[in-house]
Design a protein around this ligand. Sequence first.
Ligand SMILES: C[S@@+](CC[C@H](N)C(=O)[O-])C[C@H]1O[C@@H](n2cnc3c(N)ncnc32)[C@H](O)[C@@H]1O
Length: 127
Amino acid sequence: MENQNYDALRAHFNSFDASKLRGSVGENSAISYAAYVLDRIAPPKGSLMLDVGCGDGLIMRAMLVLRPDLHIDGIELAPKLTERAKTNNPQSKIFCGNIMEMDLTNIPKNIIIFFHLVFCNIFLLKI
Ligand SMILES: C[S@@+](CC[C@H](N)C(=O)[O-])C[C@H]1O[C@@H](n2cnc3c(N)ncnc32)[C@H](O)[C@@H]1O
């Protein structure tokens, strides 16, 4: 997928009605979905996790309600959804950007980016 496709994707999700992000699955069901995922990945106590394409951050928030011992940060392509995710998860770091274009080789040596688990719910990948 070329960069222009990510531009289109960013524009699409930037103007997206956030309540439709999970189709017919509303905020209450985010808890059920979070419980389903947590049950399967069983993150050890205190795990540091990254939600790729976190959208409005409601899935992250639901996971943190169920497992307050976890720390979950997020990456989101669309600036508007990034702002929503920050509001929904004030304790988390939410990065705005394209995961496929992030240069992880140029990070200052005093900054350590480390996660035990990386997860995503419907994310478009360039392969
Ligand atoms: C279908 S939505 C799901 C949002 C959220 N995970 C949820 O379950 O509610 C997919 C999200 O992935 C984001 N996304 C897609 N490609 C991305 C990329 N290359 N880098 C970062 N975010 C991306 C989109 O902007 C969108 O918000």
